[in-house]
Design a protein around this ligand. Structure first.
Ligand SMILES: [Zn+2]
Length: 483
């Protein structure tokens, strides 16, 4: 707007009046902004420079350079133009507004152009500091300009122009952190907001998403007892991980959460960040649907969940653990049931303080919520019947003698509680309640195998088969076991 495309060396038109004592005259030198210059002389009794038009361009507004900028001079200027100079160093961008005045130099007895700076704006490339403003001339604060029928302080005109130019300069010479910015997105923002916007993305150079600038982290205030900034909170949740992919996934997950469920639930991200080291896998977990994330963990199961997942890492790869939450749980039809199982697993572990039992009894299973839950239940039964102390079953010889093959079916007695629990697992059933009864000789369970594969189990009470209790649901129950 005010940037004047200078056709000559001057942005404004000047008159420099010099006394020619010998001739008894005053010489008025006109330097028009169109770059044409000419002169008139007057005698000492008419010292004022005559009002003239530039014979070349018709301009009639010349500023008297002898009076220009003097405190008691004209406070409101009809017209004034300036130019802009952009600068860039390794760590900052800058713009300087300046004008060039024509001044008489007594030493050389010539009129020379002198560049005068008005103000400089600086902006650091890491977004560390506020916009830096340096005023070089008192002209900026003292004068006003008559423009479009209104008087406007020169300072606000200059500042607005400098800010506009600086933002253009920054966006024209983009660093990587700003390369994605769409100018039309920020045009409606005030200058103050635009600088905040640029600063935000310089500081958080992993974000690169317009909407992030407008987010507020109300949800996190409930989680952290002391006041923390949005950045601190996410930094904490991300476990100080600074990789761009991690930060971006975290913010995106946050955004999705605010959109879909109206708040952000940080426990899942917090736990994941402490378990999964691979940043791509971690980003996958951050990208889980918020409805799943908010149901996986609670503040109560926070520590036991971390313990469990750390324990599982001894048996499984990070990818397998991530699959437990992604592939396994992220199923539209079954996710509710699977979430309940997973939460139940955590609650069980938490209630019984049972990680030590896992260490002792855990057997590697295919990592799904269902199988993990079953395995934890199996371990609890072992633990709750104190089978650590009494592991082996003792049988009456008559029962042992029945362990034979009949018509291709092999009858076996479980020798240890561990074996029985393995059968239970294979048959997808729960025989744990019988561990105690077997020890107390109140119950006998035979496993029935065909070609070394467990087909089902039967319970004997005395010499009568009570019923085929435990049947592998995956097998056809086609054998007539009661003869
Ligand atoms: Zn002219």
């Amino acid at each position: 707007m005010n940037k004047y495309s200078s056709r000559g060396m001057y942005q404004n038109s000047w008159i420099v009046s010099t006394q020619q004592e010998i001739k008894g005259k005053i010489e008025h030198n006109y330097f028009c902004q169109c770059s044409h210059s000419f002169r008139f002389s007057t005698t000492f009794d008419t010292t004022d420079a005559p009002d003239v038009l530039c014979p070349l361009c018709g301009n009639d507004y010349f500023i008297n350079s002898n009076e220009f900028g003097l405190k008691d001079g004209v406070r409101i200027w009809k017209d004034f133009h300036w130019e802009i100079e952009v600068g860039e160093t390794a760590d900052r961008w800058s713009v300087t507004l300046f004008y060039t005045i024509a001044l008489y130099n007594a030493q050389s007895n010539t009129i020379i152009p002198v560049k005068q700076n008005l103000l400089t704006l600086e902006f650091d490339k890491e977004g560390k500091y506020d916009l830096g403003i340096t005023y070089h001339s008192n002209i900026v604060s003292r004068y006003s300009l008559f423009q479009n029928g209104r008087v406007k302080p020169l300072s606000s005109l200059l500042l607005d122009d400098a800010k506009e130019q600086l933002i253009n300069h920054i966006l024209n010479n983009r660093v990587e952190a700003l390369a994605w910015i769409n100018r039309s997105n920020i045009e409606s923002l005030s200058y103050k907001q635009r600088f905040e916007y640029i600063r935000f993305f310089l500081k958080n150079n992993y974000l690169q998403e317009h909407r992030f600038f407008f987010w507020k982290m109300e949800g996190l205030e409930k989680v952290f007892t002391k006041t923390v900034t949005q950045k601190e909170a996410l930094q904490y949740i991300a476990n100080e991980k600074t990789e761009r992919i991690v930060k971006k996934a975290l913010y995106r997950g946050y955004e999705e959460s605010m959109q879909k469920i109206g708040y952000y639930y940080p426990y899942s991200d917090y736990i994941f960040s402490r378990i999964i080291k691979n940043v791509d896998l971690l980003a996958n977990l951050y990208a889980l649907h918020p409805a799943i994330k908010q149901n996986l963990f609670t503040s109560n199961t926070l520590s036991v969940a971390i313990e469990l997942l750390r324990f599982l890492k001894r048996y499984y790869t990070e990818k397998q653990i991530v699959n437990l939450f992604t592939r396994n749980i992220q199923d539209e039809d079954t996710y509710r049931e699977r979430l309940l199982l997973f939460r139940d697993t955590l609650n069980l572990l938490d209630a019984r303080n049972a990680i030590a039992s896992l260490e002792k009894h855990f057997m590697k299973i295919k990592l799904t919520t269902k199988k993990l839950h079953d395995e934890i239940i199996r371990i609890f039964h072992i633990v709750s019947y104190e089978l650590d102390a009494k592991e082996e079953f003792e049988y009456d010889p008559i029962y042992l003698s029945a362990c034979q093959e009949y018509e291709g079916l092999e009858f076996r007695l479980p020798l240890t509680a561990r074996e029985l629990s393995l059968w239970a697992k294979m048959l997808h059933n729960c025989m744990f309640g019988y561990i105690k009864r077997i020890h107390q000789h109140k119950s006998i369970i035979y496993g029935i195998f065909k070609d070394k594969e467990l087909l089902y189990a039967i319970e004997l009470n005395g010499f009568n088969i009570v019923q085929p209790r435990f049947c592998n649901r995956n097998k056809n129950f086609s054998h007539n076991i009661i003869k």
